[in-house]
Design a protein around this ligand. Sequence first.
Ligand SMILES: [Zn+2]
Length: 159
Amino acid sequence: MGPPRSRAADEQAAIVACVGIDQRLVDAALDLLARRWPGDGWAVAAAVYLDDGEILTSVGLDNVNSGASLCAEAGALCQAYTMDRRVTGSVCVGRDESGAISVLAPCGICQERLALWGPDIQVGVPADDGWVSRSLRELHPHYWAARDGVWPDTAAHRE
Ligand SMILES: [Zn+2]
C-alpha cells in the first residue's frame, strides 16, 4: 500500500481521459473561419469539444483597444462554463495575410483558461505535417498552480 492520496489526486484520477483532438474538431474551426471571415487576410477561429463530443465554436473579439480583445477560444470556453460542461479538447486555427491556414497552439492566457478543466485536456499544436494533439500538461509541464505535481481541480479555480 502506498502513501495516502490527497483529495485533489483522487478527483484528478476520476477525470475521464480526454480524447485527443481530431480532424472533426479542426474542420469545425475551419468551417467557422471560412463562414465568419470569408476571403483573404488575417483571421482566427476556434472549436472546443465538450465531454459528450458536442462542439462549440467561436471567433476572437477584436477591438481597436487590444486590451479589450479576446482570443478565439474565449467565447467557446465561456459558453462551456455557462453550460456547466467540461471542455475536453480545444483547437485554434489561423489564416495569415498570405492566406496560409494553420493550427495555432493556445496562447499562455488560453492555457490558463483551459487549466480550469485539468491537465489532460487536449489541444492542437502545429507540427511539420500539420498538427498534433497534445495534453495541456505536455504544453505546461511546470504549471505554476500545481502543488506536488497535482493541478488544481475545477472547483479550486473558483476559490
Ligand atoms: Zn489565447
